[in-house]
Design a protein around this ligand. Structure first.
Ligand SMILES: CC(C)(COP(=O)(O)OP(=O)(O)OC[C@H]1O[C@@H](n2cnc3c(N)ncnc32)[C@H](O)[C@@H]1OP(=O)(O)O)[C@@H](O)C(=O)NCCC(=O)NCCS
Length: 191
């Protein structure tokens, strides 16, 4: 059976459905994960957040948070990425990533990191961060710390602790002209 997902930028009114989907996908204790040290109290980058829909129901989400490596290099933290359990294996997750990463590249972002399964994320180009080059503010499995260069060479020589992006760093994530043409950052129609 053909499934025609539609993809839209995240809206304020999607928040409740997204939280419910994330609880289903990751459990209510997901906030204990090390990745949440970068998210607590900091808003996701709204212009990159994408949702997947089927038959008027939100079934997929991907968000990005800003982080800073060694207080110098801005990066995107991809995730959480989740698809409704009943809708998995039909391409929604990969499309959410491909589209949102293309949007990130178009907006001038240079590098993305995440904690996740290499066999899945390698499908969109992620590879393992060389062990010992980046550290996180909590326990993590080095084999699951992954990176993607949106600009060739953007991770070359980069090492150090990954930190939260606070207000002092926000300018690094403001891409000139980025907010002016939202329709070009997501395929499909605007609602
Ligand atoms: C991971 C997730 C987002 C994938 O969404 P999806 O819409 O099912 O993904 P797609 O349909 O685009 O891709 C499915 C393919 O990826 C594979 N895949 C899914 N999760 C995988 C994983 N963790 N490791 C390796 N392969 C994986 C599937 O086996 C399938 O393979 P196939 O194409 O050979 O059949 C979804 O399974 C999910 O929400 N999982 C729970 C939350 C989660 O684990 N998020 C990611 C954190 S690592």
């Amino acid at each position: 059976m053909q499934h025609s997902f539609e993809y839209y930028p995240e809206r304020d009114e999607d928040a409740y459905a997204i939280e419910a989907l994330l609880d289903r996908a990751f459990g209510h204790d997901r906030h204990n994960k090390t990745s949440y040290r970068f998210r607590d109290g900091i808003a996701p980058l709204r212009d990159l957040a994408l949702t997947g829909w089927l038959d008027g129901r939100l079934v997929g989400t991907v968000r990005f948070w800003p982080v800073v490596i060694d207080r110098r290099w801005p990066a995107l933290l991809l995730g959480p990425l989740a698809v409704d359990p009943e809708m998995r294996g039909r391409g929604c997750g990969i499309h959410l990533m491909r589209q949102s990463l293309a949007n990130a590249r178009a907006r001038g972002h240079e590098r993305v990191i995440l904690v996740g399964d290499l066999p899945y994320y390698s499908r969109v180009g992620f590879r393992q961060v060389p062990e010992g080059t980046l550290t996180l503010p909590g326990p993590f499995d080095p084999a699951r710390l992954l990176m993607l260069e949106l600009v060739p060479g953007a991770m070359a020589g980069i090492r150090g602790p990954v930190g939260r992006a606070d207000s002092r760093d926000s300018a690094a994530f403001a891409v000139p002209g980025g907010a002016e043409e939202p329709q070009q950052y997501c395929e499909g129609k605007q609602r």
